[in-house]
Design a protein around this ligand. Structure first.
Ligand code: SF4
Length: 241
């Protein structure tokens, strides 16, 4: 597993759990608003790059990671595996198995492009909490994520997440110019019946995958609240995060 960073303690990323966050390297999307370009672009991968270090990221050898995890047994409840896109890594099931053997619960963050791996992880009961991104209405997906997308795969993942029987959430980063308030009914239809949908404010005060978005003004909290009101017609809760 290629690990691009480790956050040793988080009180908020795994609902109800004290957790650590493992950032895997590499992503098959190029979301314009993505604020972790150093985990996404192969040319910016791992080590020696100032911007990478400035973001607080530092590559972690797997051996060192497991030494850290062993030292946290009994102190942390869970581990968040995020990216990049974790399901791009073929050894993800084995990697998670090793973490679970230490007694930690697992939250997986995914962009939903790999339902095959998701199915395998669910079959093997390796996941305790699922978080999937919902980037846009299907017709706008490619515009938002910057690459061709197989929407059927996304829909399979959505169904799997909702029917998993596990606590789960969907997340959307609301970027002006890419998403409008009118998009939220259509997006809500896609994840109808889900537990939770969190809307995240676009951040532009940092390096982004698309430099053209740098400095762009985010939607106001009031505008975001209006989107959340529409979203809450489709899911258990829809809130700003
Ligand atoms: S936001 Fe997530 S899915 Fe999009 S490019 Fe960044 S890491 Fe990949």
């Amino acid at each position: 597993m290629k690990i691009g960073g480790l956050e040793k303690l988080s009180l908020i990323d795994y609902p109800g759990c004290l957790s650590a966050i493992i950032f895997t390297v590499g992503c098959n999307f190029r979301c314009h608003f993505c604020y972790n370009p150093m985990l996404v672009w192969p040319s910016k991968e791992l080590g020696g790059i100032e911007e990478y270090k400035n973001k607080g990221f530092s590559p972690v050898p797997e051996e060192d990671l497991f030494l850290f995890l062993k030292s946290r047994v009994g102190k942390l409840d869970g581990i968040v595996i995020t990216g990049g896109e974790p399901t791009m890594h073929h050894d993800l099931p084995e990697f998670i198995t090793k973490i679970r053997e230490l007694g930690f619960k697992i939250k997986l963050d995914t962009n939903g492009t790999n339902p095959e791996t998701l199915a395998k992880l669910l079959e093997q009961k390796l996941i305790d909490y699922l978080a999937m991104d919902l980037k846009a209405p299907l017709a706008k997906y490619e515009l938002v994520v910057g690459v061709p997308v197989d929407c059927q795969k996304l829909l399979r993942s959505v169904k799997m997440v909702i029917e998993s029987g596990l606590p789960h959430e969907f997340r959307t980063t609301v970027t002006p110019g890419l998403l409008e308030i009118d998009d939220f009914s259509e997006m809500g239809q896609v994840i109808k019946g889900a537990d939770a949908w969190y809307l995240q404010k676009f951040k532009s005060d940092t390096e982004l995958v698309d430099p053209m978005l740098q400095g762009k003004k985010a939607y106001s909290s009031q505008e975001m609240e209006e989107m959340a009101i529409i979203g809450s017609k489709f899911v258990g809760i829809c809130q700003l995060r």
